[in-house]
Design a protein around this ligand. Structure first.
Ligand code: GTR
Length: 332
């Protein structure tokens, strides 16, 4: 036995003895969970994930020992989705954008202009329709415990305000990893480049791309605003995000611990949504103060008008999704 192994076995014996001495029902071996988060510490999602971890660890009396890693240090979002499905990571905050490649039903949430606003998205996600997405995720190894806000996404770029789709002609925009977004930008006349979030800053700076699209908090916290000085309010995507846990980690929990974990996720979402609303205003102000020009787009319908082929293409490949799209559109 080498010294490290010896020390570990001493620590384990001490933990068992300590547990027995204290008469605890808790097992001596905790479930160690690693969690993925793309955002930096202090971002609304990160604060909510920290809260989730604290609550889970303390309310399970150490039966779960969770740790969350911020700033995407555990890899890109598509990789992290795979790792969580395989239980190599146990929990994460995922945007549904890149999820569509793995769980096709979630693509419905990535259809441009599918939601008329944030309230519409909440009504859908918090009701019976939202449950259908959770069911589809569960079939692919992910349990969605609660839903976070991600505002609405708009285009930004390094050279000019975008007022109408024609202004995007020939410009290169980074999109999240999903062919739906490639179609979206192509139909607006631009060129789409799927790329990991972590690479966008450098790509904007070196001119590999002309622009990207995101909400204010991500535009600001990623520092993209330092290089892309034009933000045009197209509000073309409103994509919810889950606090998801791997099916493996979920199924290993007792019923009591499932309740604790689910409640912690619901509380985390409440915190996230509250902080999100504040951060959207703060981020908008910060980027404007730094000299970013933000323009309203008067005729958003012109952008929406280019989306018919995106819907047609998607529904012809996924005819079974028609009902879901229609029920979202019919929800007020
Ligand atoms: C953010 C989102 C991230 C990530 C990122 C991106 O708004 O919260 O999960 O999807 O956008 O553009 O890749």
């Amino acid at each position: 036995m080498n010294i490290a192994t010896h020390m570990r076995s001493l620590a384990v014996s001490a933990a068992i003895a300590g547990g027995l001495a204290a008469g605890l029902a808790a097992p001596a071996f905790a479930d160690n969970w690693r969690g993925w988060n793309i955002h930096p510490a202090g971002y609304p999602n990160s604060v909510a994930m920290d809260q989730f971890v604290e609550e889970v660890n303390s309310n399970t009396d150490g039966r779960v020992n969770a740790e969350v890693f911020h700033s995407g240090t555990l890899g890109s979002q598509p990789d992290a989705i795979e790792q969580t499905r395989n239980n190599a990571l146990q929990f994460a905050n995922f945007n549904m954008g890149p999820m569509g490649e793995i769980v096709p039903a979630t693509n419905v949430l990535s259809l441009p202009f599918i939601f008329t606003g944030i309230d519409h998205m909440h009504t859908v996600m918090d009701g019976d329709i939202g449950q259908q997405f959770s069911d589809a995720l569960a079939e692919q190894g992910l349990v969605a415990l609660s839903w976070f806000d991600s505002g609405s996404r708009s285009f930004y770029n390094t050279s000019k305000p975008i007022m109408k789709p024609e202004d995007m002609d020939g410009m290169k925009f980074r999109v999240m990893n999903n062919s739906l977004f490639v179609d979206m930008v192509d139909n607006l006349g631009g060129n789409a480049t799927p790329m990991a979030y972590s690479e966008v800053y450098q790509a904007l700076k070196t001119g590999v791309i002309d622009g990207a699209e995101n909400n204010y908090p991500s535009f600001e916290s990623s520092n993209h605003y330092e290089v892309a000085k034009y933000y045009s309010i197209t509000d073309h995507l409103i994509i919810p995000e889950c606090l998801c846990i791997s099916t493996g980690a979920w199924e290993a929990l007792s019923d009591e611990d499932k309740d604790i974990v689910r409640q912690a996720a619901i509380n985390a979402a409440e915190t996230q949504r509250k902080l999100w609303a504040e951060r959207e205003l703060e981020s908008r102000k910060k980027v404007e103060d730094s000299g970013v020009s933000i323009n309203e787009v008067e005729d958003k319908a012109a952008f929406q008008g280019h989306m018919a082929p995106v819907y047609e293409g998607f529904l012809s490949q996924n005819p079974d999704m028609k009902g879901l799209v229609q029920s979202i559109q019919a929800t007020n």
